[in-house]
Design a binder for this molecule. Structure first.
Ligand SMILES: NC(=O)c1ccc[n+]([C@@H]2O[C@H](COP(=O)([O-])OP(=O)(O)OC[C@H]3O[C@@H](n4cnc5c(N)ncnc54)[C@H](O)[C@@H]3O)[C@@H](O)[C@H]2O)c1
Length: 268
């Protein structure tokens, strides 16, 4: 069997964890290309068995079966349209980038035209299958709460006059729609964006962002109510050893998505 050919965009905490898991995989195994920006310091860290790529031409020449973005919203804008235009399936972690309606519509149009597919990772969250199943409910109410320790929002707390190191009680930083949340905190609310896209959309998904000195890790609370029933979900994620702002589970969620992509048996 020939090895699966995968391109990773970026080589930060998530991509490095994913790369080592894929390279350790046995049969048929993976051939990895890593797309880096010119002069990226990550070039020194990429494993010698991988192929460093510098642009879309080199991605095309590598001929991947799958491209994976775990590099940030800028990378989605910079590299994903070109990859979709090549007709490639692209799995993205930085889903918050899709809150820009015009950009999202352009990506969908590019995918349709070129035969590519935009695949959205579940990332730090679970339960998206239930939300997708309930999305056509006549009375769906969906609310997401992000509850993190004050250290995760130090700059925002200081701007509001709070001392992040001595917060006596929880502070709600934001309460509104997923569209407003993704625009205000683009790097932090990929989870809200994933929920919105699985469910009733960015304008009908409620979001609360809370700093809580008692928070046990990065907590995600999802509540969905519809004529079909209710869902209440709480996830407390541990930080990634490579990047404390990222939940450790995200690399594993991408690994699971890659396995599904190439598997003869798919759980939807
Ligand atoms: N969906 C989710 O639940 C979820 C959770 C956590 C993180 N994320 C997303 O994953 C991204 C990566 O997370 P991380 O912890 O690995 O971050 P990180 O900061 O450790 O790594 C990001 C890497 O991408 C590189 N990079 C940035 N822009 C690039 C570009 N245009 N082209 C190529 N490389 C580029 C950076 O140099 C860096 O090495 C985050 O920015 C976030 O948007 C999603």
């Amino acid at each position: 069997m020939t090895r699966h050919r995968v391109v990773l965009i970026g080589y930060g905490a998530i991509a490095a964890e994913l790369a080592s898991a894929l390279l350790a995989d046995g049969e048929p195994g993976y051939e990895l290309g890593i797309l880096l920006r010119p002069g990226s310091p990550s070039r020194m860290r990429v494993p010698a068995v991988t192929t460093a790529l510098s642009g879309l031409d080199e991605v095309a020449a590598f001929a991947p079966d799958l491209v994976i973005e775990a590099a940030g919203h800028g990378a989605v804008r910079e590299s994903v349209p070109g990859c979709l235009g090549l007709g490639l399936p692209v799995l993205i972690a930085s889903i918050g980038a899709l809150h820009d309606e015009a950009f999202f519509a352009a990506l969908v149009a590019t995918a349709r035209k070129g035969g590519g597919r935009l695949l959205l990772a579940s990332g730090a969250l679970g339960g998206l299958d239930y939300i997708r199943a309930a999305r056509h409910a006549r009375q769906l109410s969906l609310r997401y709460e992000s509850r993190k320790p004050p250290a995760a929002w130090s700059a925002e707390l200081q701007r509001l006059g709070h001392d992040p190191a001595a917060l006596p009680e929880p502070v709600t930083l934001f309460s509104g729609t997923a569209r407003e949340a993704a625009a205000l905190y683009p790097q932090n609310l990929n989870v809200a964006a994933a929920l919105a896209l699985a469910g009733p959309g960015f304008d009908a998904t409620g979001v609360d962002v809370v700093c809580d000195p008692q928070a046990d890790g990065n907590m995600h609370v999802v509540k969905a109510t519809s004529e079909f029933g209710t869902m209440s979900l709480t996830i407390a994620n541990r930080p990634s050893p490579g990047n404390p702002k990222t939940s450790w589970i995200v690399g594993q969620a991408l690994l699971a998505a890659v396995e599904q992509h190439f598997s003869p048996v798919v759980m939807l």
